[in-house]
Ligand binder design. Structure first.
Ligand SMILES: Nc1nc2c(ncn2[C@@H]2O[C@H](COP(=O)(O)OP(=O)(O)OP(=O)(O)O)[C@@H](O)[C@H]2O)c(=O)[nH]1
Ligand SMILES: [Mg+2]
Length: 243
């Protein structure tokens, strides 16, 4: 029996813990206020003979370094490298929620986008073109209602396709303005040389250009001081070049 890890990422209050509890039979605290999941919870579920370790990450609006929650979610996705990152979105505020999905896709293509609260969207007359969103994002997109247990089996089928490698992702990558792209192009070889090919070098270069010190600290802690010894130089080079 294969064993995969699935991390649940998403904005606060999008139903991550509700879905996590439904799948794992656990009782992570849920409710309609933000910031309940502060400690990452883990549980297990099976689907089609595959076993999954589910990891419920804290709700975050981004994967920058604005809070301990964002750092925890970011570090988990970058360093633990789950087989699948399940990005749980609120169907009634997709525009805001898709922002996090784009950030996850900059880090990994091993992702499934799960549009939750589809019951609420239907009630409000919101129509969602899943095919169009999936084509644009380059990863599977499934609509569910975790609370009403709608769409769960279809969701798990897509998680399986990504976990087993049956689905080849073409994750959407944002092209930034010329100045930023130039900065990334300069930093990228140095970042790759310093941290190797195991980590999302383009995304890391982008964050370093933005002066993300917390990410640098995490890189040092997780990859080791020795490997990271050249990085400060890389950053000062990048920052000096683009100040
Ligand atoms: N209408 C509806 N409500 C839902 C659905 N799924 C979850 N909810 C509700 O949304 C609220 C938030 O759910 P949680 O599971 O706590 O959300 P979360 O994403 O874990 O929140 P954080 O831990 O703060 O990030 C709860 O009141 C849930 O009952 C759904 O499919 N439909
Ligand atoms: Mg939660």
């Amino acid at each position: 029996m294969s064993h995969y890890t699935v991390a649940f990422a998403g904005n606060p209050n999008t139903g991550k813990s509700t879905l996590f509890n439904l799948l794992t039979g656990m009782r992570q605290h849920t409710g309609n206020w933000a910031g309940k999941t502060v400690i990452t919870a883990e549980g297990e579920f099976s689907h089609n003979g595959h076993k999954y370790q589910a990891v419920d990450l804290p709700g975050t609006y981004s994967l920058y370094s604005n809070s301990a929650d964002e750092e925890a979610a970011r570090d988990y996705i970058i360093f633990e490298q789950p087989d699948v990152t399940l990005v749980v979105l609120d169907a009634t505020s997709l525009e805001r929620n898709l922002n996090l999905a784009l950030q996850v896709l900059e880090i990994t293509g091993r992702a499934v986008v799960c549009i939750n609260l589809i019951d609420e969207a239907r009630r409000l007359g919101i129509e969602i073109n899943l095919k169009a969103i999936s084509k644009r994002l380059g990863v599977p997109v499934v609509a569910i209602s975790a609370r009403n247990k709608i769409g769960i089996s279809a969701l798990l089928d897509q998680v399986e396709r990504v976990a087993t490698g049956a689905f080849t992702a073409k994750p959407l990558h944002i092209t930034y303005n010329d100045e930023i792209e130039k900065g990334i192009a300069q930093l990228l070889p140095m970042v790759e040389q310093t941290i190797g090919s195991k980590y999302p070098a383009r995304w890391i270069a982008l964050r370093l250009l933005d002066g993300d010190d917390s990410l640098l600290t995490s890189l040092k802690g997780n990859i080791g001081r020795k490997t990271m010894s050249g990085t400060k130089e890389v950053i000062s080079h990048g920052v000096t070049a683009y100040d």
